[in-house]
Design a protein around this ligand. Structure first.
Ligand SMILES: Nc1nc2c(c(=O)[nH]1)N[C@H]1C(S)=C(S)[C@@H](COP(=O)(O)OP(=O)(O)OC[C@H]3O[C@@H](n4cnc5c(=O)[nH]c(N)nc54)[C@H](O)[C@@H]3O)O[C@H]1N2
Ligand SMILES: Nc1nc2c(c(=O)[nH]1)N[C@H]1C(S)=C(S)[C@@H](COP(=O)(O)OP(=O)(O)OC[C@H]3O[C@@H](n4cnc5c(=O)[nH]c(N)nc54)[C@H](O)[C@@H]3O)O[C@H]1N2
Ligand SMILES: [Mo]
Length: 765
């Protein structure tokens, strides 16, 4: 019997103990303090030792031959040549130096968006920024795909975007005071398996259960009944995708016309409510935003909206919105409208009342936790000061030198020669992947660090094999979780893979700035340093934190649950003069003079119904009559672990599923389990139909995450919905991704089915 060793560790899907036997990961046992561990952990052993692991540095054949003059459109189809580390690092180092000297630091794109490890020291994206910043800088990415529209809208409206990070009125307050909990986008527990930075405790299921026992009435507004968690007696109100704003406006209309709104609150705590009210009542444009008006847009019966508004005005009500609502074209509007609706109800800043975001989006939202720091690693400052909105990557690569607008400013797209990526998968996260492929062919050089042959690694010129979290020591934790976790190295590095930190340290040394990158610290010194800063912060706030050795030995550190409830904007509510918001007026801006001054017709100065490019009421719906909702996958994190046991066993005929209503399936002659073609003008993919009574007619739902597997002719064979999504900014204000605004049609697949090739290793010579 080989010896069994156990190591504490952490992932975005939860803390665990790595059980190692004979140098191999046998199992990931859930952290004992986690009341609801995620089954996703089961995929790890197979993935850690997968044949898809990258073993050695590799260079695309054409690039090795022709360097910067190579044919970029061969990316993804040409074989790779495996090389030694010395050769690979020399190529990377020379190429960075060449681009910096010939084209300037702003010719390097180093944003590197993505969800690399939960560990904070070895966080690949942070290290990429740190390395590039210390070497002269690069072009960065502003915002994120998760809640980019909220990030840049909310500061204008409420002076901060903290609530969208999960800092909302906490569950304790909800349990004690809320009577009606309205969830736009629902409460899919699937998504609460994940915490950014990892969690010791999956807290959402427990709090939801306590809220249920407290007798809180739940209302879920969503195109699918699947957004009502099992066992929660919630009322489901089906709604057409991307039309929630109309419903919210109609609810305000009911409150206004029936004098149920809080006239005092909107006067003392808001600015511009009157102008918004004129719009809602139709005084501004002749169209009253009544329940009848909204019913024609969102498909919810007028009486249902009116009654919900009346009910909300009569009891303590919390209204929450999933992040998905703003990951859509004109996604600023539902977020602004929900704040306006909560303002009209007048319960903002009261226990258990007001607005919130993300309860069904991620674990930890509203989790009671003292407001002290989580572990952090600094990325340094970018000397170029340049960035683009994160989701405008294809625009940037396709249109160098062209102007774009963003949050009141004009800028031009830089001319990118070199792309550097570590810890992300743009061929997972970006929209309209066929367009991204065209854009991706333009830079002279693309460098990627990866652990697996992901679609992005396969489309790089130089691939450097990175260790996984289990192959190094780290420390992790999230600002919404009470635990900080030690992450012990459990395995040796896979074949020739190296830590991102060590790759960057060597490259920095070759370029003469090692000390600026490392600050003279190695892994062990960095862990002590990061922990030291955290411990000092905790002690200052009155919490116990032992010395590093004791923490490392114990494997975790725990914060107590605070005794006091956290209520968002409690102080502002009590005394808006003494505790103003960080907005120009100090109040909630229902009308924003600042946004008005930007003059954007795609983001008016108060919440409004602005039609998305694609939705069920658009002209294009005549040709493509189904609205495609792309949601987060329940069996993995984005594209991570897609080749793992949990994800693979959920696929049908090896493909991702598309959920559709009985009506839409029957009218197309599609039966449950059939392979289908999901398509529009941007592309097509093969998926397996799941016919469900819980999906609203006119809606098709696919999870993201199937590794991109194009056949060379705009068809993805594996079921990656991002070949169908639209690649335009939400508006000029926030330029966030519009991933959830796509129309498609579906046909039964006829003829031979091409095999999935996403999990094959590229040809290595
Ligand atoms: N259509 C549609 N598209 C979407 C969304 C949607 O709702 N609909 N959601 C969007 C959202 S919210 C997000 S956050 C994005 C997520 O997009 P990404 O974050 O890009 O997706 P991941 O699959 O998590 O990619 C992370 C990659 O980092 C690698 N990695 C992990 N650890 C390390 C490490 O230590 N070192 C290195 N070098 N690499 C590592 C993993 O192997 C993986 O390939 O997708 C977005 N895309
Ligand atoms: N298991 C798992 N969990 C995850 C992730 C993962 O990859 N896997 N990713 C994590 C990340 S990075 C993020 S940012 C969050 C994202 O969190 P969200 O953005 O909230 O997640 P989604 O799954 O895209 O959407 C949530 C629900 O919104 C509903 N919905 C979509 N469009 C509309 C609409 O127009 N109106 C209404 N009313 N409802 C709509 C969908 O039915 C969907 O189930 O999830 C996190 N959680
Ligand atoms: Mo995200």
């Amino acid at each position: 019997m080989p010896e069994t060793q156990r190591f504490p560790s952490l992932s975005h899907w939860g803390a665990f103990t790595a059980v190692v036997e004979g140098g191999r990961l046998r199992a990931c046992e859930p952290f004992p303090h986690d009341p609801a561990p995620s089954p996703i952990l089961r995929s790890m052993p197979g993935m850690i030792h997968s044949p898809l692991r990258i073993a050695r540095p590799a260079v695309r054949q054409g690039w090795l031959r022709d360097r910067a003059r190579s044919d970029g459109s061969a990316r993804g189809s040409e074989p790779f040549v495996e090389v030694d580390w010395d050769v690979a690092l020399k190529l990377v180092s020379e190429e960075l130096a060449r681009v910096r000297s010939q084209h300037g630091d702003a010719a390097i794109f180093g944003g590197s968006y993505g969800w690399s490890s939960a560990g904070r020291l070895h966080h690949a994206r942070t290290l990429t920024h740190r390395f590039l910043n210390a070497g002269g800088g690069c072009v960065m990415q502003a915002g994120n795909y998760s809640w980019g529209a909220a990030q840049f809208l909310l500061p204008h409206v409420i002076g901060t975007y903290a609530p969208v990070t999960g800092r909302v009125t906490d569950w304790k307050s909800v349990e004690a005071h809320t009577r009606l909990f309205i969830a736009f986008g629902g409460l899919p527990l699937r998504n609460t398996q994940i915490t950014s930075g990892g969690a010791g405790e999956h807290s959402t299921p427990r709090w939801l259960e306590r809220a249920r026992r407290a007798g809180i009435e739940f209302v879920v507004i969503s195109p699918t009944q699947a957004d009502v968690p099992d066992g929660l007696p919630a009322r489901w109100i089906p709604i057409r995708p991307n039309t929630d704003t109309a419903m919210m406006l109609a609810m305000v209309h009911t409150l206004l016309t029936e004098q149920r709104h809080d006239a005092g609150f909107v006067r003392t705590h808001c600015t511009g409510f009157d102008r918004f009210a004129d719009y809602v009542l139709g005084k501004a444009d002749g169209t009253a935003k009544s329940a009848e008006w909204a019913a024609g847009i969102c498909g919810v019966p007028a009486d249902v909206m009116r009654e919900l508004a009346r009910r909300a005005a009569s009891v303590r009500t919390l209204i929450t919105c999933t992040w998905s609502l703003q990951r859509a074209h004109r996604g600023e509007q539902p977020y602004w409208a929900v704040i306006a609706l909560a303002a009209a109800l007048g319960q903002v800043g009261l226990p258990g009342g007001g607005f919130a975001f993300g309860h069904g989006s991620m674990n930890g939202v509203g989790n009671p936790r003292p407001g002290v720091a989580a572990p952090e690693m600094s990325a340094g400052r970018n000397p170029t000061g340049r960035s683009i909105p994160v989701a405008r990557i294809a625009d940037m690569l396709l249109h160098p030198g062209e102007p774009f607008e963003f949050n009141g400013k004009r800028d031009t797209y830089p001319d990118i020669r070199l792309v550097y990526w570590a810890g992300g998968n743009p061929f997972h996260h970006h929209q309209d992947l066929n367009r991204l492929m065209r854009a991706w062919s333009r830079p002279e050089t693309i460098i990627v660090h990866e652990s697996w042959w992901t679609p992005t690694a396969r489309r790089a010129d130089i691939v450097l094999p990175a260790t996984t979290t289990l192959e190094r020591n780290d420390i992790g934790g999230s600002s919404r979780d009470r635990f900080v976790l030690a992450m012990h190295q459990a395995l040796p590095p896979h074949v020739h893979s190296r830590n991102d930190f060590d790759i960057y340290r060597e490259l920095a040394a070759m370029a003469g700035y090692e000390a600026a990158f490392t600050e003279g610290r190695d892994e062990s010194q960095w862990l002590r340093h990061i922990y030291g800063e955290l411990a000092a912060n905790w002690r200052e706030a009155g919490f116990d934190a032992p010395d590093f050795e004791a923490f490392w030995q114990a494997g975790f550190l725990e914060l107590p649950e605070p005794s006091r409830e956290f209520v968002l904007f409690e102080d502002f509510r009590r005394d808006p003069q003494a505790h103003p918001l960080q907005t120009p007026s100090g109040k909630i801006e229902i009308y924003s003079e600042r946004i008005a001054a930007f003059g954007y017709d795609d983001c008016p100065p108060h919440p409004a119904w602005v039609e998305p490019v694609e939705w069920l009421g658009a002209a294009a719906s005549a040709r493509y009559p189904l609205h495609l909702v792309t949601s987060q996958p329940g069996d993995k994190l984005h594209s991570q672990l897609d080749a793992g046991e949990v994800s693979v066993s959920a696929k049908i005929h090896g493909r991702e599923r598309v959920h559709m209503s009985e009506q839409d399936a029957v009218s197309r002659g599609i039966a449950n389990g059939d392979l289908v073609r999901v398509f529009n003008d941007r592309g097509a993919c093969i998926a397996a139909a799941v016919v469900s009574a819980g999906v609203m007619p006119g809606v098709a739902i696919m999870s993201t995450g199937a590794w991109f597997d194009p056949d060379g002719a705009a068809l993805d064979r594996h079921g990656n919905p991002n070949v169908l999504t639209v690649d335009v900014g939400t508006s000029r204000l926030t330029q966030a991704p519009s991933a959830l605004s796509a129309l498609v049609d579906i046909r039964k697949w006829e003829g031979e089915v091409p095999p999935v090739r996403a999990f094959e290793v590229p040809q290595l010579v």
